[in-house]
Write a protein that binds this ligand. Structure first.
Ligand code: GLV
Length: 329
């Protein structure tokens, strides 16, 4: 638990925390996702009433949110807690209308860590074993071998060792890479060289042939990977961003790619999404990009997690996944 009080302690809402038949409102960016959420929550909490955000929706006890329509919190003044339908909550914490004391929970793993680990493993293997070059060579009709280098000779740095970062680091370790991780506070993970804020970022970056960004976007991480920090990577390093676009200063990354200081980047997240069609990342020969799909919410698993937490709150327990507003994750 953090210093934030729970909904029960704060006494928000009318009677939700007695638990029997809570009302849950869905405020999802894509209306297409609502039926699946409603069905999964209905199955997990048969006595719950699940409704979709609208001007005349009744006041609900809980909300499941992903970038809701403007005015959501004014329409829903009695919420006891909200559940982000994903791992990152920067979009929610940056919403000035989010009530200051409303507890926010985020999905912990929920089937996303495995997807992210697969995404990063694919990109690291492609870079390390030069499959990217062989692809280009095929297009150019070139038959040329490149020397073998053992994965243990290549160091991958994973910035952020939460559920996602840890899964990525473990997957890369299993593939034989030398893996180091960076977290805000000290961690000890078998087979992974752990760095934290007491070491500073520079020794972690120095020697990381691949850098994977897997940390939340917070005031401390916003634009952390600027020209100065990118220059700490060894020449020819590869960058993978599966976190949030704003961890990186995009202009600095483009300059590093143009100069060859950074050999390539696999980007799933961007400062502006969808990525504007005129953005140079679309056509840069050293950039591979995907439309924010490295970890997609698995509704069945996430709804079970939300349902479990609603039940726990109803029983006066303190579920995991509570966002610490001071840390911003
Ligand atoms: C996806 O970006 C998430 O935060 O879950």
């Amino acid at each position: 638990m953090t210093g934030l009080s729970s909904g029960a302690e704060r006494g928000r809402g009318a009677s939700p925390l007695s638990g029997a038949s809570p009302t849950i409102v869905l405020g999802l960016q894509s209306a297409d996702a609502a039926p699946e959420w409603a069905q999964a929550l209905g199955e997990a909490l048969p006595h719950a009433r699940v409704l979709t955000d609208s001007a005349d929706a009744p006041a609900a006890d809980y909300a499941v949110l992903w970038r809701p329509q403007p005015g959501f919190f004014a329409r829903q003044p009695r919420l006891a807690a909200v559940f982000a339908a994903g791992a990152g909550v920067d979009w929610l914490l940056n919403d000035p209308t989010l009530p200051a004391a409303l507890p926010v929970y985020r999905i912990e793993d929920g089937g996303m860590a495995e997807q992210m680990a697969a995404y990063c493993a694919h990109e690291v293997l492609r870079f390390h074993y030069r499959y990217d070059r062989y692809e280009a060579q095929q297009r150019a009709g070139v038959w040329q071998e490149w020397p073998y280098a053992s994965p243990a000779s290549s160091t991958v740095g994973v910035f952020g060792l939460g559920k996602m970062g840890e899964a990525i680091a473990r997957a890369l370790t299993a593939l034989g890479f030398a893996v180091r991780g960076y977290s805000r506070s000290p961690r000890a993970l078998a087979g992974i060289e752990c760095f934290d804020d007491s070491h500073g970022l520079e020794p972690f970056l120095a020697g990381a042939q691949v850098l994977v960004l897997a940390a939340p976007l917070t005031p401390a991480t916003r634009h952390l990977f600027d020209a100065t920090h990118l220059a700490r990577l060894p020449r020819g390093a590869f960058l993978i961003n599966v976190a949030r676009g704003d961890l990186v200063v995009e202009e600095a990354l483009l300059a590093a790619l143009d100069s060859g200081a950074i050999a390539g980047a696999a980007l799933d997240v961007f400062r502006t999404e969808p990525l504007p069609c005129e953005h140079r990342f679309w056509t840069h020969s050293q950039v591979r990009l995907t439309p924010h799909v490295a970890a997609m919410t698995v509704v069945s698993e996430s709804a079970c997690q939300v349902a479990r937490r609603i039940t726990q709150l109803g029983q006066g327990e303190a579920p995991s996944g509570l966002v610490d507003r001071r840390r911003a994750y």
